[in-house]
Design a protein around this ligand. Structure first.
Ligand code: UDP
Length: 380
């Protein structure tokens, strides 16, 4: 039996690891699974785990108010080294590019425990964008023995870099975010979860065929400060000029985001600011939306699978596959470009007879099964 420890703390880590945890736990004779919470977004993670019926085994609360990246990193390495040293798993699974995932890979390396990296090989090739994630994921790639690349392009990116582990394997799996999305949306379409915002949007859309719903998210560190202010200013202008569009922005709790957004958008009548949505509620909103304005990585992957238009408020993306579908556009935060992009997406949506066709550049919903299979293959 293989003992697999999975470490997670942020919302996207929980969403993307959930299908893998379920797949591992579905084979109790082959796997012992330990889920370790880093405690980073404890309140955002709990409902996701509840939605997927997952119980965590260990919670190491790493978070302290206003802690620097340096102090988070050092605490994370020390604590994860202690926990993994006690657990002695065969594999540690980390996801993506958070600072805790990077620290966990380092702790596992010190303990000579093999690391499997879910969603490996994403690159912008710019060291400062996204910051510090580009370095975090490159660092994890240096240590991992098993790289689960979501797409062929991410596998190519890994092959281009010298891998210090000679027996490391790269497996193209698709992204488990699509496993979670398809599982979640299918369940929610038959058994919706109650949400007053969703009811309000559904009523607004039912009132007039030309009414459109724009879903906004934004929390990236590189957009803090002036870029976020420019995005907010543009959204306020768009909303004032188009009363047949309703904007909803679930605002990330980070004070760098919340203070600016509340101050700049708090009094615009057709912009609804709301607390971050639990994952199932967010999926219901995605399903209702016509246009999405976001700097989120996960949302760029999910939205095309539901046939939604996504305008990305970043200068770079490590997810170029979505751009090729025509549904995802990189628009940055400069007001003129963002304004024109949202306007033309709304015009196109009102003109179109039917919603755009879904596209699946990030996976077919069976990524977790491929990960499990590769864990059982001869260990590197
Ligand atoms: N999400 C959510 N509630 C929200 C906004 C996003 O559950 O209010 C989900 C979304 O479905 C996606 C994930 O969170 O799967 C994206 O996480 P986030 O934007 O925090 O991080 P990123 O993907 O940029 O790393």
């Amino acid at each position: 039996m293989l003992h697999v420890a999975l470490v997670l703390g942020t919302r996207p880590e929980a969403i993307k690891l959930a299908p893998l945890i379920l797949a591992l736990r579905a084979e109790p004779r082959r796997f012992r699974t330990t889920v370790v919470l880093s405690g980073q977004h404890a309140d955002l993670v709990a409902p996701i785990l509840a939605f997927f019926d997952i119980r965590a085994d260990i919670d190491i609360n790493l978070m302290q108010p206003n802690q620097s990246l340096a102090s988070l990193t050092s605490r994370a390495v020390t604590e994860l080294h202690r926990v993994l040293g006690e657990l002695e798993p065969d594999w540690v699974v980390v996801q993506g590019d958070t600072t805790t995932a990077m620290a966990c890979a380092l702790a596992a390396f010190y303990l000579k425990i093999k690391v499997a990296h879910l969603e490996a090989g994403l690159r912008t090739n710019r060291i400062d964008s996204p910051f510090p994630e580009e370095i975090n994921r490159r660092f994890i790639s240096q240590i991992a023995a098993l790289h689960w690349a979501p797409t062929a392009a991410s596998a190519r990116a890994l092959r281009r870099e010298a891998m210090p582990l000679p027996h490391a394997r790269i497996v193209v799996t698709g992204n488990t975010v699509i496993d979670a999305l398809l599982l979640g949306v299918a369940r929610l379409r038959t058994a919706p979860v109650p949400d007053a915002d969703r009811d309000r949007i559904a009523a607004f859309l039912a009132a007039d065929q030309r009414h459109r719903f724009v879903l906004v998210t934004g929390h990236r560190r590189e957009n803090f400060g002036e870029p976020l202010r420019q995005i907010c200013r543009t959204l306020a202008r768009l909303a004032a000029a188009d009363q047949r569009a309703l904007f909803l922005y679930p605002v990330h709790p980070n004070p760098n985001v919340r203070t600016t957004v509340d101050e700049m958008l708090g009094r615009v009548p057709n912009i609804v600011l709301t607390a971050p949505k639990n994952y199932p509620e967010f999926l219901q909103l995605l399903d209702l939306s016509h246009v999405i304005v976001t700097d989120s990585g996960g949302v760029q992957e999910e939205a095309p699978a539901l046939g939604k238009v996504v305008l990305v408020t970043r200068d770079t993306t490590e997810r170029p596959e979505g751009l090729k579908t025509g549904l995802v556009k990189l628009v940055g935060h400069q007001p003129t470009r963002l304004l024109a992009a949202v306007r033309s997406a709304l015009v196109a949506s009102r003109r179109a007879r039917r919603a755009p066709k879904p596209a699946f550049p990030y996976g077919d919903g069976a990524a977790a099964a491929r990960c499990v299979k590769s864990l059982l293959a001869k260990s590197p």
